[in-house]
Ligand binder design. Structure first.
Ligand code: RTP
Ligand code: MG
Length: 139
């Protein structure tokens, strides 16, 4: 038996701006996960600073936060058995240029000049991250 768990998925500003929200939701639903809650958010620096606290001080932190506040994101509370690893598998690896075809990043993403920041989606990477991030985006 595996337990039903929840994860935070974000459709990042590039995914929203390119009109890929429907296609990304379609893939998530086709995989069989449940959309528990969904909202469109214009994130500010305070929220993004907490969301990306593990990356504070890294060279890509400032450009990442600037990118993430450049437009609205879609935040999704997603549920299912092993959904945390399942969604990350659906998303593909971080760099969309080399993410495997068949994945969201591999099929729909590429390098548009901002390195790997524009990679369409975020998914929590552990149960602890999921609980922390869901509390931030669905408080
Ligand atoms: P995510 O958190 O968005 O689901 O992606 P991830 O686990 O695959 O990547 P992570 O290492 O957590 O990095 C978070 C986001 O920061 C941007 N990033 N830029 N070297 C770079 O320029 C760099 N490395 C990471 C990406 O947008 C990545 O998704
Ligand atoms: Mg991550």
């Amino acid at each position: 038996m595996t337990a039903i768990e929840e994860t935070l998925v974000l459709i990042k500003p590039d995914g929203v701006a390119r009109g890929l929200t429907g296609e990304i939701l379609r893939r998530i639903e086709a995989k069989g996960y449940a959309l528990v809650d969904i909202r469109m958010v214009q994130a500010d620096r305070e929220l993004l600073g907490k969301h990306y606290e593990e990356h504070v001080g890294k060279p890509f932190y400032e450009p990442l936060v600037s990118f993430m506040e450049s437009g609205p994101v879609v935040a999704i509370r997603l549920a299912g058995n092993r959904v945390i690893e399942g969604f990350r598998s659906l998303a593909g690896t971080t760099d969309p240029t080399t993410a495997a075809p068949g994945t969201i990043r591999g099929d729909l993403g590429r390098d548009w000049g901002l390195a790997v920041q524009q990679n369409l989606v975020h998914g929590s990477d552990s149960p602890e991250s999921a609980a922390r991030e869901l509390a931030l985006w669905f408080s």
